[in-house]
Design a binder for this molecule. Structure first.
Ligand SMILES: O=C(O)C(=O)C[C@]1(C(=O)O)C=C[C@@H](O)C=C1
Length: 294
């Protein structure tokens, strides 16, 4: 039976593209928001949620981290890293007037990836956030009489009948987004159309309160074991100013000795440690995306 994959919709978001590559035979369930994707797995009406976690230009997608830490207890079962190319899309009837755009719509991360372009080419043009890049493209399609634009991908231009007025408007060429795969069961990755790389392990660490040098000691538990960390980030615990937890990515699969040893050492220091997942990493290398299935 096909796996059901909840993703940030509507059709033709970057998340949708990642789903097509990793689960070409999956049954897609587009959702309006990232919490709805995670609820779908938590409440068992989807097998998998595929959601954005981190962008190379703009950093973490905080709602993903926060919802995963504070609202649902679900493990990460994989990640997929995809190249991101943003374009300036308008209704074909409005394209000639693009310099007079009255409002630009897109996902907050997409707007942030194109700030220099907006500042240089469309100085002073206001923007409004949409729930996703494709939702913005859909809105532009539905308002053909207005001189408005969306920032979104090629597929959204095709799907919503918009013209690509300016191509590749992201401010830096190394624009990639990391998506995570969250599921209660082991996903079936067979038939994926990506490059499979190393495994990763993600831990959540809460430091003991007011302990001098605690972060230094946490890091040394990894350092002397030669455990390579690919990311460390702090997020508010939401229990008061100055209270944070750390999300730590280790560049290897959960083993029987090194990672459990580091976790035990952190617990002995008074930290609370939990395992968010140990999972394979997939990469979409080419920028050409597959044709979208209808
Ligand atoms: O809006 C989309 O198309 C998404 O898939 C979301 C999202 C994000 O949250 O970062 C994904 C990739 C891009 O970085 C821009 C937006």
């Amino acid at each position: 039976m096909a796996q059901t994959i909840a993703f940030l919709g509507p059709r033709a978001t970057f998340t949708d593209l990642a789903v097509s590559r990793l689960f070409p035979k999956g049954e897609k369930l587009p959702m309006m928001t990232i919490p709805e994707c995670l609820d779908a797995v938590n409440e068992n009406y989807a097998d998998i949620a595929l959601i954005p976690l981190e962008n190379a230009l703009e950093g973490s997608v905080n709602i993903t981290l926060d919802y995963l830490i504070h609202e649902v207890t679900l493990p990460i079962k994989g990640e997929i890293i995809a190249p991101i190319q943003q374009h300036y899309l308008m209704h074909p009837g409005q394209a000639a007037n693009w310099k007079q755009t009255e409002m630009i719509y897109s996902h907050s991360h997409a707007i942030a990836q194109c700030h220099k372009f907006i500042h240089k080419e469309l100085k002073g043009t206001p923007y409004e956030y949409a729930t996703s890049t494709a939702a913005a493209a859909e809105f532009v399609r539905d308002n053909p009489g207005r001189c408005i634009a969306a920032i979104a991908n090629d597929l959204a231009a095709q799907e919503y009948g918009l013209e690509i007025v300016r191509r590749d408007i992201h401010d830096y060429s190394h624009n990639h987004t990391r998506f995570i795969i969250v599921s209660k069961k082991e996903p079936d990755f067979s038939g994926h159309e990506t490059v499979e790389g190393n495994n990763k392990t993600t831990l959540i660490v809460m430091l003991p309160a007011d302990h001098t040098g605690a972060l230094h000691q946490v890091l040394s538990a990894f350092a002397w074991r030669k455990l390579n960390l690919s990311k460390i980030e702090s997020r508010p615990l939401k229990t008061g100013l100055g209270n944070y937890f750390f999300i730590i990515d280790i560049d290897m699969k959960l083993d029987d000795v090194l990672i459990p040893g580091a976790m035990a050492e952190l617990e002995a220091l008074g930290c609370k440690v939990s395992l968010l997942g140990s999972y394979p990493s997939f990469t979409i290398e080419k920028t050409g995306y597959p044709a979208h299935e209808k």
